[in-house]
Design a protein around this ligand. Structure first.
Ligand SMILES: NC(=O)c1ccc[n+]([C@@H]2O[C@H](COP(=O)([O-])OP(=O)(O)OC[C@H]3O[C@@H](n4cnc5c(N)ncnc54)[C@H](O)[C@@H]3O)[C@@H](O)[C@H]2O)c1
Length: 442
């Protein structure tokens, strides 16, 4: 779930009639300036587009204006440049301004709820606003990951009901974001984008918009194909991560180093792609996106055994981590009651501050429930709130905590583990901390 304070009131306010005679001041409006939307807005701006950057959260807008958003260094520079060019990069919380943009890109969160049912609240609200403000000549592009048919249901059909002809008056497209926040290895500009349109004219306009900043656009024949492509991409990752975790356990049982095996298998130039085991998955994609598919397929009685099993295994991984820590403590003649356990890194992946769905939060709660004293250290997350409501601050001097066990959960590039004593018991949840003496694998 997004932790930002969404001001729905800004979007629920009755909108004035859409002006049809004012010129488009902006080439593109980005609706939702989160981990994906803000870098996207900056990429369009850097590509020479005039950008209207809209968010429903006034807190988020203030954070961006104060240059406090969690961005990779190149995007921090881009933001600095953009904020000095208000005519070509405008931050706003007023949805009525959407009428000033010739293209609207919707990039709001699509999480799942506690029962893993898609939570479409933000997407429905954003689409309702975009449909209400739509004016002739506009292109509307959904980029949020969602179920197959969503762009039709929330955008295309409501626009038709407004009397607009799709592909002539307005253009409706879907093109999922593929950004990997925190990853400096793949700039948004170099990652090809897949686009589908409600009509061939829509597809054409969508491809034209994406070409404003992406080097390569792959067109597909429909909105549904584009929506399904994103679900396949992230389901593929989920299934392979579940397999990598299982291989880690298999290798553990047979005393074979799993990371070395994966690296060796990766030398095969075809038919293999490396996925690494870990303490679980987090973030806004892998734990959520496959559930959009599973949810949709339930009523169709389609067999989804492989995906369902992978998602069940992934969800169970934090418990497996806790079991492993109990084993390690047990071997030292200790129990969890009163044990001092320290997590190194609690964000869901390296080099981001994103804590959404991070396995660390569940692991910490489970260990505390078992009576352990649990702390963490993380250069990207000074303060965390666990699912139980418990709160913790990152330890500035983790060595002074004198942990019985350290769980390496996430290793940022700037993590400094020099404080680890040679005899500290370390459980390596990343499977990639061979530099730590005496570590045991998860
Ligand atoms: N985070 C990732 O790694 C990633 C990668 C690829 C795709 N995606 C997809 O991109 C989409 C956005 O994800 P995110 O991680 O950027 O989410 P996020 O929670 O970081 O940001 C979403 C932003 O949208 C704003 N918002 C919510 N409702 C709004 C509304 N009605 N109108 C305007 N603004 C609104 C929120 O205030 C927030 O700032 C999701 O569908 C996600 O699945 C995410």
């Amino acid at each position: 779930m997004s932790t930002l304070d969404v001001r729905a009131d800004l979007f629920d306010a009755p909108l004035p009639p859409t002006p049809i005679d004012v010129p488009f001041d902006f080439d593109v409006a980005i609706v939702g300036l989160g981990y994906v939307g803000l870098p996207t807005a900056l990429a369009y701006h850097a590509g020479g587009s005039r950008v209207l950057a809209l968010d429903a959260s006034s807190r988020r807008l203030r954070t961006i204006a104060a240059r406090g958003a969690d961005l990779i260094a190149p995007d921090r520079e881009r933001l600095d440049i953009a904020l000095h060019a208000p005519a070509a990069f405008r931050l706003t919380g007023d949805a009525r301004e959407l009428a000033r943009a010739s293209a609207i890109v919707v990039c709001v969160p699509t999480p799942v709820d506690a029962r893993q049912v898609p939570d479409l609240t933000a997407l429905r609200a954003a689409c309702a606003t975009v449909v209400a403000t739509a004016r002739p000549g506009q292109l509307i592009m959904l980029t949020s990951t969602t179920y197959v048919g969503c762009t039709h249901d929330l955008v295309e059909q409501p626009l038709r009901e407004r009397g607009m002809q799709i592909g002539r008056d307005v253009f409706v497209t879907f093109s999922a974001e593929r950004i990997d926040p925190g990853n400096v290895g793949f700039a948004q500009e170099v990652v090809p984008r897949v686009v589908g349109g409600a009509t061939p004219e829509c597809e054409e306009e969508g491809a034209r918009l994406l070409s404003r900043y992406t080097a390569s656009v792959h067109r597909v024949s429909s909105l549904a194909t584009a929506e399904m492509t994103k679900l396949l991409e992230n389901t593929f990752r989920a299934v392979n991560i579940a397999l990598a975790n299982e291989f880690a356990d298999i290798c553990g049982a047979l005393d074979v180093p799993v990371t070395e095996v994966i690296e060796a298998a990766s030398t095969k130039p075809y038919g293999f792609m490396a996925f690494y085991p870990g303490p679980g998955v987090g973030g806004h994609c892998i734990p959520c996106d496959p559930h959009y598919l599973l949810w949709q397929l339930k009523s169709l009685h389609v067999d989804t055994g492989v995906i369902t099993e992978a998602m069940t295994r992934i969800a169970a991984r934090p418990r497996r981590v806790v079991e492993r820590i109990r084993d390690v403590l047990g071997r030292a003649g200790k129990g969890t009651l009163g044990a001092r356990i320290l997590l190194v890194g609690v964000t869901y992946k390296p080099d981001v501050a994103d804590l959404r769905e991070s396995p660390a939060l569940e692991i910490m709660d489970l260990l505390i429930d078992l009576g352990a004293e649990v702390q963490f250290t993380d250069t990207h997350a000074p303060h965390i709130r666990l699912g139980s409501g418990r709160e913790r601050d990152s330890l500035a001097d983790p060595g002074a905590f004198h942990p019985d066990v350290v769980l390496v959960h996430t290793r940022h590039h700037d993590s400094d583990l020099a404080w680890l004593e040679a005899d500290t018991v370390v459980v390596d949840g990343t499977y990639r901390s061979a530099d730590i003496t005496g570590r045991v694998l998860l």
